[in-house]
Design a protein around this ligand. Sequence first.
Ligand SMILES: [Zn+2]
Length: 101
Amino acid sequence: MKDVAYRGYMTVDVCGIPFEVKEVESNSRDDCSMGRSDSKMAIITLNKEMPKEVKESTLIHEWIHAVLDCAGMGEYSGDEKLVCVLQNELYRAGFRIKYME
Ligand SMILES: [Zn+2]
């Protein structure tokens, strides 16, 4: 869990689990408009073509889904309105997801 360049991908911490963050083309198979979170595979996918700010905000959104899933709170993760409110307010308050070293 040391060198990003060596690993070849970025990871974020979700409840102590390193989740791979993949940026994909919008027309690729993985795409689900802006992003998606796969807690079973520990992968967060982001649309590569979004502006930096949207990407940062979308990463917060997918991270919240992953955290709720990993915490056994899947019923809250399925509440898109809840996840969006948390995403927007965390983003507005200056919260950003840090990539693991
Ligand atoms: Zn969502």
